[in-house]
Ligand binder design. Structure first.
Ligand code: PAF
Length: 281
């Protein structure tokens, strides 16, 4: 496994794969890797010849007062984990390497689907993601790119971006990886205190209860309100509890597949989760 920190170095490392028309898979990350990320790499290994993982804490997707400075940078540990799952190249550029060369005058903004859910409470976040992901796609030029479904809205934004800008690659969404108690794996789970970690799986438990309640015919508005009330009771500060069509459009008909979304803070840690509900009624 090689580690490249410059665009030039990465381009040179990928040149043999490109000339021999090997399939290149790409897993963009911000590091502090966990089993969720490793699952993305394993998915990439299944269908690609060469797998590149980027590790870059992207300053422009963090808002004022968010955790850019404290976001864990654990390159050594990440490198060991990536070597074990057969990653071929780590791309770990500096902020200077990604943004320092020229002042950036171009923004990328995916409209509509970024207006609400996390887009509402994190203004500018998805523009920052769209810019860095587009830059990374142009640098790596992969055939396939892998993203986790935990960041469901991010995945939708990236699919839209790839479609709208004719970026020549296929986006693969990989199901959420959960701890044994149901908590969706996230680098931010490491911020939770012992007590908060015990409360955190409540989000998933309530999502599953909501699925059952909907199956029994309870009204969607009531089911969403119950999640909010119960989260508040166990100490969460709820940002949103929402339901959308799988394409993130508002729900028009209640007998179609839908996705439930939750974002809530436990102490200073913001957790997000979602559950796709397939209606079989
Ligand atoms: O999901 C993440 O880790 C980040 O948002 C991404 C896609 C690597 C862009 O910085």
């Amino acid at each position: 496994m090689k580690t490249e920190t410059t665009i030039q170095g990465l381009t040179a490392s990928l040149a043999p794969a490109r000339t021999t028309k090997k399939l290149i898979g790409f897993v963009p990350t911000m590091g502090n890797l966990h089993e969720g990320h490793l699952t993305l790499v394993r998915a990439a290994k299944k269908i690609c010849d060469v797998v590149v993982v980027s590790i870059f804490v992207n300053p422009i997707q963090f808002g004022a007062g968010e955790d850019f400075d404290s976001y864990p940078r654990t390159l050594e540990q990440d490198s060991r984990l990536l070597a074990d799952v057969g990653c071929d190249i780590i791309f770990a550029p500096s902020v200077e390497q990604m943004y320092g060369k020229h002042p950036r005058l171009t923004n990328i903004s995916v409209s509509q689907i970024t207006n609400d859910l996390c887009g509402e409470s994190r203004p500018g976040h998805f523009d920052g993601v769209a810019v860095v992901v587009t830059k990374l796609f142009n640098i790596v030029q992969p055939d396939y790119a892998f993203f986790g479904q935990k960041d469901y809205q991010q995945l939708a934004v990236i699919r839209q971006l790839v479609q709208d800008l004719n970026i020549p690659l296929e986006v693969i969404g990989v199901p959420i990886v959960r701890a044994a108690d149901g908590l969706a794996l996230s680098s931010r789970n490491g911020y939770l205190s012992e007590e908060e970690r015990i409360a955190a799986p409540t989000i998933y438990q309530l999502l599953k209860q909501a699925e059952a309640a909907l199956g029994e015919g309870q009204a969607l508005s009531q089911v969403l309100a119950n999640i909010s009330i119960e989260l508040t009771q166990v100490g969460f500060v709820v940002d949103y509890v929402e339901a959308r069509q799988p394409n993130l459009q508002p729900i028009e008909q209640f007998d179609r597949d839908l996705v439930l979304f939750v974002a809530a803070k436990l102490g200073s840690t913001r957790l997000i989760d979602n559950l796709q509900i397939d209606f079989k009624i």
